[in-house]
Design a protein around this ligand. Structure first.
Ligand SMILES: [Zn+2]
Length: 83
């Protein structure tokens, strides 16, 4: 029986989003007062959550192909059952 592996891809959309969030945060701190910092912080957290979700991929341990999510029961490529 195969299982789902989590694969972290460093070069991906996720990293760009996280980088963008960090840049935005620095810009907000530099430009504005407390409100700007709070708003930027909320955006930063949201971007980090989205970014880290996107930078992880779920792959099948049997064939190494990407599966749509971690709750998938059967690999769409090799039809192996996933734990
Ligand atoms: Zn597979």
């Amino acid at each position: 029986m195969a299982h789902i592996q989590r694969k972290h891809s460093l070069i991906g959309v996720g990293c760009w989003i996280q980088g963008l969030g960090l840049l935005l945060f620095v810009a907000a701190v530099w430009l504005r007062g407390l409100v700007g910092i709070i708003v930027a912080f909320v955006i930063l957290v949201a971007l980090f959550v989205v970014g880290s979700r996107l930078s992880y991929q779920h792959i099948c341990s049997n064939c190494g192909n990407r599966v749509p999510g971690k709750y998938v029961k059967i690999c769409p490529v090799c039809k192996e059952k996933l734990e």
